[in-house]
Design a protein. Sequence first.
Length: 288
Amino acid sequence: MNALSQNRFRFRAIWISDVHLGTRGANTELLLDFLRRTESDYLYLVGDIVDIWRMRKSWYWDQTHNDVIQKILRKARKGTRVIYVPGNHDESFRDFTRHRFGRVAVLDEALHITADGKRFLVMHGDQFDGIVKYAKWLAFVGDTAYNMALNFNTWFNRWRRRLGFSYWSLSAYLKHKVKNAVEYISNYETAVVAEARRRKVDGVICGHIHSAEIREVGGIVYCNDGDWVESCTALVEHLDGRLEILYWSKLFEADLSTSATEVAACDSSLSPTPGFLRSMASFARLKL
């Protein structure tokens, strides 16, 4: 096991959303790796954790989906403050807001204060999606097409892994290349930032559109924690209050690459130039 695999990462707060448990598109193995190797005082589940929309038609639930739920509950039992803010795909849980399930609090939205005193509104964000709010039937049609793209993405990446290539989201690539999708994301961000300004907070943290980002818009810090079906990202707060997006699929692939480098270095230790190979392996670790 290499140095990165042995590391455990400590943060003050973590935000994840759009896991879509109950579908084949959920990257549960990567999420489990993330949950096992991170600890935090606060863990925010920012909606669409379970895809009830999709499960009404058909559902997929293997042991890794159970493991994700169990891991989150275990973190709550061990002292992590877990706050669940339901989204549109798991909107049924909004009937239970202001309640607790064990040590998990269910809220419509939350206010998070960072270590350096900044106030952030935390919400899923679907209420600012015009399609979901005013034409839910159209959202269902779009959801079906989107899930078809995600299913193709799942099989596409299985073949990539067999051929030795790293994870790459075809659906995310196509989404950011389509002009209407780019315009939709921009309009969504504008609406969310306007709400944060109206609430007189320093920033907003949301999910919903599967597009991870941190940027300042007119004095308001806009944060989107991304998703775990395409980009496999999380938003984290460091102990000093700094916010950062972790692209876990890239870290995971880099980890595997480092492992392969170390094995190659060990296998070549009897060659005429073992010192050179060991130096290369060390350089690869430093790059991470």
